[in-house]
Each structure stands twice: as structure tokens, then as C-alpha cells.
Design a protein around this ligand. Structure first.
Ligand SMILES: *[C@@H]1O[C@H](CO)[C@@H](O)[C@H](O)[C@H]1NC(C)=O
Ligand SMILES: *[C@@H]1O[C@H](CO)[C@@H](O)[C@H](O)[C@H]1NC(C)=O
Ligand SMILES: *[C@@H]1O[C@H](CO)[C@@H](O)[C@H](O)[C@H]1NC(C)=O
Ligand SMILES: *[C@@H]1O[C@H](CO)[C@@H](O)[C@H](O)[C@H]1NC(C)=O
Ligand SMILES: *[C@@H]1O[C@H](CO)[C@@H](O)[C@H](O)[C@H]1NC(C)=O
Ligand SMILES: *[C@@H]1O[C@H](CO)[C@@H](O)[C@H](O)[C@H]1NC(C)=O
Ligand SMILES: *[C@@H]1O[C@H](CO)[C@@H](O)[C@H](O)[C@H]1NC(C)=O
Ligand SMILES: *[C@@H]1O[C@H](CO)[C@@H](O)[C@H](O)[C@H]1NC(C)=O
Ligand SMILES: *[C@@H]1O[C@H](CO)[C@@H](O)[C@H](O)[C@H]1NC(C)=O
Ligand SMILES: *[C@@H]1O[C@H](CO)[C@@H](O)[C@H](O)[C@H]1NC(C)=O
Length: 430
């Protein structure tokens, strides 16, 4: 017991944000512990969450539209803050946040559990942020993966001159909404919504997208440290993004990921500043086998599940790490997205500035309503160069809002197989 406590104390100190110096200093950080009775520091990441009782962020609502409640159960994997307390919302409820202008990360934390007499399986609701619909008739319960106990939905929402971000919860008829935590963090204005032209893969020839910081909102679907470890939010560059692992999305061969060897520091540039992604994203990568003749006939392939009927922003992060690559044209490969050529003969060494220079490339792709609409494929195929190989360091996939401002997709189909309930495999704390 003592050792466990000591472990948590030391973990806690390791994660204290005051000791961190980030590549990006956020101008806005709001952490709201919805339905919580008092301000608390989270054991999850050492950050201070503000209690939402009679919060200055929700002054317009009548007292009867919501109640604070505590989850009936806390599974051992679930941090108390912000998950154990919730605001149960019975009729339309507004939060109003004053923030600086520019795009903001908006993260919604959900712990789908039983609260008082409210059965989470009957909770369906919509969430809007200013003019964007983020979630529609959403069931947090149905969105839980079988090995998960809680859920974080991350969005990027532009905020304009009035400097107000309104987040509104609207229960579906005869239902209720709930929310455990709300996080708002600013970002460098050009990071994702830069206004640069982004090519559309397999679209009308010459058509491109320009994601501006006035009309575009995004939902983050995937953010991966390809070939590397999971990177927790406090180890991000200051925006509290979490980077997962890519193994679960690989199709076919389980390609090797070489040991990183950072003999010299990464060379960040004006086009890829140090806040773009944590160094660990660029110092680890996934490569193919060391067998050239095998590689020349193969592709390194990932598959991601998406909602049909939306455009997606696909950001690929690269950094040439092979010390043997010393010049242009030695390590060249093709990029296919949804089986269409996105890039022919990409030469990261040339494009980035050399060995150890991080870079990223953006593409837009449509997931249409056809048979393949629910899958997004990424494949890298080597060209016949000195090193017959392809590689990837990191990946982000965002859903773009539709023309009416909607980002919401359907709830997942209920799992039809009679799998044993997951809570049988978990130990409960109470
Ligand atoms: C961020 O703020 C901290 C403390 O205010 C400062 O030490 C650091 O240099 C700043 N970093 C950047 C990139 O501005
Ligand atoms: C909540 O916000 C919406 C949209 O901004 C507005 O139409 C509605 O009147 C607001 N409701 C309250 C109670 O403030
Ligand atoms: C809130 O509910 C109480 C009891 O049901 C009722 O008396 C009161 O009028 C309600 N207040 C508002 C603003 O609707
Ligand atoms: C929006 O983007 C433009 C360039 O595309 C930039 O000049 C402006 O500062 C940005 N505004 C905000 C608030 O981020
Ligand atoms: C936010 O909500 C308030 C109160 O409902 C409303 O007056 C304001 O216009 C809204 N702002 C935006 C940007 O939707
Ligand atoms: C909400 O979603 C549930 C489950 O997907 C469905 O049964 C219900 O009809 C939907 N309600 C509305 C108003 O769309
Ligand atoms: C890293 O590089 C250094 C010098 O190039 C070498 O001595 C060391 O063995 C390498 N480590 C790994 C893990 O490859
Ligand atoms: C590939 O690596 C293995 C060991 O890691 C080695 O035995 C083999 O010879 C290498 N093959 C080539 C073609 O370099
Ligand atoms: C794309 O390629 C994958 C793997 O090669 C295949 O399973 C899938 O059906 C293809 N999709 C389309 C739309 O051709
Ligand atoms: C996103 O929604 C806005 C309206 O809020 C619209 O002007 C813009 O064109 C939409 N973006 C896309 C890619 O459809």
C-alpha cells in the first residue's frame, strides 16, 4: 500500500505542469469539472480543474434545467477528476466561454455510467458550439469501445470577434444529456487552419481546399505516434493533445519500427515549428522490412474507420531518420489515400531540408457514401531508389464540417454478438 502511494506521489510530481516548458504557451486554458462540488487537481495529469457549481460559464440557465450528480460506480481505470461528477441536463443548457479570437481545441469528457436514477443507455443528446453541430442524438454509451470506460471527443472550433464560445447541450426528446468535463485550449492560429491550399485526393482535377480560421471546424478522429509509444497530453507541445499508437490500424504485415537513435537534435523550421508535434513523434517511425525485393512488391498499409459523407483532413508527419540517407533521391516512395495516388515519389530528405528535419503534408479526401465510405485507407509504396523502403512518423485525421456546419455522424451500430459484458473483466473500486 505504501509503495503504491509512493508510486502515485512520484508519478504526480513527474506530471506537474508547472515544471514543463512547452514549445507553445496557450493563451487560453479552461478546465471545467462539470457537476463537481469543489475545485480539484486531477491525479490523471496534475492539472487544476474548476468546479462548475454555479459556474460563471453557465449564467443563463434556469436552476431546474440541470442537476449535479456523482457516478454510481468508479472503475479502477477511471480518474476521479473529471469523470466521477457529472452535470445531468434535462433541457437545453448553455455554457458561454470568453476566450481570445482564433481556433480553439474543445474537448468533451464523458463517463457513461449510472447517475442517481438516470440510466446512461437512455441518454441521447446534441451539442453545438457557436454555429457548428458537434454531436447529434449522440449516445456516449454506444460510442464506448469495448476496452474503454470513458470517452473524450476533441473538436477544433473557430472563435471570432465577439470572443465567445457558446457550447449548448440539447437533450433528444424524452431524454437527457450529461457531461463530465469540458476543456478549452488555444492553439497557434496557423497550425491546422492556415488558409493554405490543400490538395483534394481523387477529386476534380485541380480542386483544392483552403481551411480558413473563420468557417472551418474539425473533429479529431486519429492522432498517432506511428511506430512509437503513446504520448500523454502533458507531454504534448503545450496543447494537451494525446498521441496514440498505430499498431491497431496496420493491415497485413506487422512492419518493423526501428529503434530511434537521436544522435543529433531535430532541426525544426519555420514551416514545421517545434510546436507542430512532440519530438518523440519525429524520432520514431515505422519502416518496412530490410528486404528490398520484398518491399518493392509491397505497401505499408493502415485502415481507419470514418463516417461516410464527410471530407477528411489527413496530416502525415515525416522525418528522415536513416543515417545512411545522405542526399536527395535515395529514399523515395508513393503515398496512396483510399487507393488513389496522393503523392508520387515523395523524397522527404529533399522536401524537409535533410536528415533529421521534421515536416508534414496535408491532404483532403472525401469518404463518399459508397461501399468503401466507412474506411479510409493509407498506403505507402517504395520506389526503386537506393533504399527500397517507405516510412511514416506520425499521422492525424480530422473530419471537416459539412456545408451546413454539421460534424455529427450516426451512433455506431449496437454490437450484435453476445460478447460477455466488459465490466466482468474489470475490477471495481466500490
Ligand atoms: C512559455 O512561458 C514560460 C513561462 O512563462 C517561459 O519560460 C517560456 O519561455 C515560454 N515559452 C515560449 C515558447 O514562449
Ligand atoms: C442558448 O444558446 C442558443 C444559441 O446561442 C440560444 O438560441 C438560446 O437562447 C440560449 N439559451 C439560453 C437559456 O441562454
Ligand atoms: C423549478 O422547479 C420548482 C419545483 O418543481 C418550481 O417550483 C419552480 O417554479 C421551477 N423554476 C423555474 C424557473 O422553472
Ligand atoms: C486567421 O488567419 C489569417 C491568415 O490566414 C491570419 O492573418 C489571422 O491572424 C488569423 N486570425 C486568428 C484570430 O487566428
Ligand atoms: C452566445 O450565447 C449568447 C447567449 O445566449 C448570445 O447572446 C450570443 O450571441 C451567442 N454567441 C455566439 C457566438 O453564438
Ligand atoms: C437516436 O438514436 C437512437 C439510437 O441510434 C435511435 O433509436 C433514435 O431513434 C434516435 N432518435 C432520433 C430523434 O434521431
Ligand atoms: C546510436 O548512435 C551512436 C553513435 O552513432 C551509437 O554509438 C549507438 O550504438 C547507437 N544506438 C542505437 C540504439 O542504435
Ligand atoms: C535483415 O535483418 C536480419 C536480422 O535483423 C539479417 O539477418 C538479414 O541478413 C537482413 N537482410 C538483409 C537483406 O539485409
Ligand atoms: C482499397 O484497397 C484495399 C486493400 O488493397 C481493398 O481492400 C479495398 O477494397 C480498396 N478500396 C477500393 C475503394 O478500391
Ligand atoms: C463549414 O461550415 C461553414 C458554415 O458554418 C461553411 O461556411 C463551410 O463551407 C463549411 N466547410 C466545409 C468544408 O463544408
Amino acid at each position: 500500500m505504501l509503495t503504491l502511494t509512493m508510486f502515485f506521489i512520484s508519478l504526480f510530481h513527474l506530471l506537474l505542469p508547472t515544471t514543463a516548458t512547452f514549445a507553445y504557451n496557450a493563451t487560453d486554458i479552461i478546465l471545467l469539472d462539470c457537476g463537481a462540488p469543489s475545485n480539484t487537481r486531477s491525479t490523471l495529469d496534475g492539472r487544476n480543474w474548476v468546479a462548475d457549481i454555479s459556474s460563471r460559464y453557465s449564467p443563463f440557465n434556469d436552476q431546474n434545467s440541470s442537476i449535479s450528480s456523482k457516478a454510481s460506480h468508479q472503475y479502477s481505470s477511471v480518474p476521479t477528476v473529471p469523470y466521477l461528477s457529472a452535470l445531468i441536463i434535462k433541457s437545453k443548457f448553455n455554457y458561454s466561454f470568453h476566450v481570445s479570437p482564433g481556433p480553439k481545441f474543445l474537448r468533451l469528457y464523458f463517463y457513461p455510467e449510472k447517475y442517481s436514477t438516470f440510466n446512461v443507455a437512455t441518454s441521447f443528446f446534441s451539442v453545438t458550439a457557436n454555429s457548428y453541430t458537434l454531436l447529434k442524438n449522440f449516445s456516449a454509451h454506444m460510442h464506448l469501445m469495448t476496452n474503454e470506460d470513458f470517452l473524450i471527443k476533441e473538436f477544433v472550433v473557430p472563435v471570432w470577434d465577439n470572443e465567445i464560445l457558446n457550447v449548448t447541450f440539447i437533450p433528444s426528446s424524452n431524454s437527457y444529456a450529461f457531461i463530465n468535463g469540458i476543456e478549452i485550449v488555444s492553439m497557434p492560429s496557423g497550425l491546422y487552419l492556415s488558409g493554405r491550399e490543400i490538395p483534394l485526393v481523387a477529386g476534380v482535377v485541380g480542386k483544392s481546399f483552403s481551411l480558413d480560421n473563420i468557417t472551418t471546424s474539425l473533429e479529431t478522429l486519429y492522432r498517432l505516434n506511428v511506430g512509437g509509444i503513446r504520448i500523454e497530453n502533458v507531454k504534448d507541445t503545450g496543447m494537451y493533445r494525446t498521441w496514440g499508437q498505430d499498431e491497431g490500424y496496420l493491415v497485413g504485415s506487422d512492419w518493423t519500427s526501428p529503434l530511434l537513435n537521436k544522435s543529433k537534435p531535430l532541426q525544426f523550421t519555420a514551416s514545421t515549428p517545434a510546436y507542430t508535434a512532440p519530438e518523440e513523434v519525429y524520432t520514431t517511425s515505422r519502416m518496412m522490412s530490410n528486404d528490398s525485393s520484398f518491399n518493392s512488391k509491397a505497401s505499408m498499409t493502415w485502415k481507419f474507420s470514418v463516417d461516410a459523407g464527410f471530407y477528411y483532413l489527413v496530416r502525415l508527419h515525416f522525418c528522415e531518420l536513416l543515417k545512411e540517407v545522405t542526399g536527395p533521391g535515395q529514399h523515395v516512395f508513393d503515398i496512396f489515400i483510399n487507393n488513389q495516388t496522393a503523392e508520387k515519389c515523395i523524397d522527404v530528405f529533399s522536401m524537409s531540408g535533410g536528415n533529421g528535419f521534421p515536416m508534414y503534408i496535408d491532404y483532403i479526401v472525401m469518404a463518399d457514401n459508397g461501399m468503401q465510405g466507412k474506411d479510409l485507407w493509407l498506403a505507402l509504396h517504395p520506389q526503386n531508389a537506393v533504399y527500397v523502403d517507405s516510412f511514416l512518423n506520425g499521422l492525424e485525421i480530422f473530419k471537416l464540417n459539412q456545408s451546413d456546419g454539421n460534424l455529427a455522424g450516426p451512433n455506431p451500430d449496437p454490437i450484435s454478438s453476445p460478447a460477455p459484458p466488459v465490466w466482468h473483466q474489470r475490477d471495481e473500486e466500490n
